[in-house]
Design a binder for this molecule. Structure first.
Ligand SMILES: Cc1cc2nc3c(=O)[nH]c(=O)nc-3n(C[C@H](O)[C@H](O)[C@H](O)COP(=O)(O)OP(=O)(O)OC[C@H]3O[C@@H](n4cnc5c(N)ncnc54)[C@H](O)[C@@H]3O)c2cc1C
Length: 416
């Protein structure tokens, strides 16, 4: 069913009783050309691009919970392409371009809002680093602007400019960055993939990967065995657990990242801001809640809930930037499991097991990558060759030393 102003009007005259379900609820078949493990943003986007760009529709997405129950429905919705390194920039810029046409492509309102992303700087050294990043972005055809303190103050008057422990000197702005409604992105990709014949199978946990003569030929699931010519893993924080089913050990650690939403407020902040002197980022949702987050919890975990010390740490950073936040009541918080890679960059690659493909290592920046990740993963699965903009995201780079360490932080997940 195509959504348009005409379908809305037609439904209005019928009392909105004719809307069809957004996707089917099929039973798993015995065999598919491609089985995608994980019904998060990346798995669903991969299914959509396999079907729409490569005409591969005998595809199943297997999700252990409900679609969007993982990180895609838990993130703080920030999208941007403000990267420094050549291994990253073209990939994230492709993603930004796909975001810009996403709603037309999917015929679904994902509430993509290019309200800008500002990274604040608080020292001369940080300003120089941001100037370098901004110049690299512009050379790569990505928009960026270095702002001085008064330009930032005009946009964000409520912050503490005068008595702060870390005075704001300015910021690096990417105007095309912003937010998208996270769960609508999952629903939009799901609906588009389903409409081309992809089976989206919920409550179907993969419990084993069947390997015959070094080749992955199927999966064991809580709803029975399924054979497949190709098997693609897109399970984010559960990557190590699922890869272990095929005997693989990944350069990934799983950590919890928490997000926070305040009570609804009148419009206060119309862009996305990251604090440069601590780990804190904030925006305001269309419902009025301030949406913010900070660091990962410092221990490994597969639990989708966080702990109190990080809550204190995030609130402290927020107060350091914006003392007025102390008057705001926090409404909700939750956690998601992050697949933290050892250089902070993702993996989109084949694995040592024939027929088994890996999409992982998104750390806490994988939401903005959703369109390009699905696009490039589908390209790899369909053609057997990496997409040119994702060719640096090799699994063997951790052995060969071709790391893509955007922050120069080393193998320190908490610093990515
Ligand atoms: C609090 C928080 C804030 C974030 N903020 C941002 C942000 O502002 N911007 C940004 O770009 N990124 C952000 N991220 C990161 C981003 O959400 C993730 O990197 C991205 O969503 C991961 O890809 P995904 O959507 O495919 O993962 P998920 O949605 O987690 O999908 C993986 C799916 O695999 C399923 N699965 C796991 N094991 C199995 C199994 N054995 N069988 C079947 N299914 C299985 C899971 O149930 C899950 O649904 C944030 C994440 C969190 C948690």
């Amino acid at each position: 069913m195509r959504y348009s102003v005409f379908s809305l009007l037609a439904q209005a005259f019928q009392g909105h009783k004719g809307w069809t379900p957004v996707w089917r609820d099929p039973a798993p078949k015995a065999e598919y050309d491609v089985v995608i493990i994980g019904g998060g943003g990346h798995g669903l986007a991969t299914a959509h691009y396999l079907a729409s760009r490569h005409d591969i529709t005998k595809v199943a997405v297997l999700e252990k919970g409900y679609l969007g129950s993982g990180n895609v429905g838990r993130n703080t919705t920030i999208i941007r392409s403000n990267y420094l390194l050549p291994g990253n920039t073209p990939f994230y810029e492709l993603s930004m371009k796909l975001w810009e046409g996403l709603e037309e492509d999917l015929n679904y309102n994902a509430m993509v809002s290019q309200r800008g992303v500002i990274n604040l700087y608080h020292s001369d050294g940080q300003r120089d680093a941001y100037a370098r990043r901004g110049n690299a972005m512009r050379l790569a055809g990505v928009d960026s602007e270095l702002l001085g303190r008064e330009q930032v103050r005009a946009m964000l008057p409520y912050f503490d400019y005068d008595n702060a422990r870390f005075p704001i000197q300015g910021g690096l702005l990417q105007k095309r960055g912003g937010t998208a409604r996270h769960d609508a992105v999952a629903w939009g990709y799901a609906r588009a993939a389903d409409s081309r014949g992809v089976d989206l199978i919920q409550n179907c946990e993969v419990t084993g990967i069947t390997i015959v003569n070094g080749r992955a030929v199927g999966v064991e699931t809580s709803r029975g065995p399924i054979r497949a010519k190709k098997i693609a893993m897109a399970v984010a924080g559960n990557s190590s657990r699922v890869a272990a089913m095929a005997g693989l050990r990944l350069p990934i650690e799983s950590h919890v990242l928490q997000a926070f939403v305040s009570e609804g407020l009148k419009p206060l902040i119309d862009t996305v801001v990251t604090f440069g002197a601590g780990h804190f980022y904030i925006s305001q949702s269309d419902k009025g809640g301030l949406v913010f987050g900070g660091d990962i919890d410092g221990y490994n975990s597969y639990a989708q809930r966080g702990n109190l010390p990080v809550i204190e740490d995030v609130m402290e950073a927020g107060m350091g930037l914006w003392p007025g936040l102390g008057r705001v009541r926090m409404l909700r918080h939750w956690g998601g499991i992050m697949d933290m890679s050892m250089d902070g960059s993702p993996i989109i690659d084949v694995t040592p097991v024939d027929g088994l493909y890996l999409n992982s290592g998104w750390c806490y920046g994988g939401f903005k990558a959703t369109p390009a990740s699905g696009f490039c993963f589908a390209h790899l699965i369909a053609t057997g060759a990496p997409h040119p903009v994702a060719s640096a995201y090799r699994l063997d780079r951790f052995a060969t030393g071709h790391l893509i360490d955007e922050k120069g932080a080393g193998a320190q997940p908490n610093l990515h």
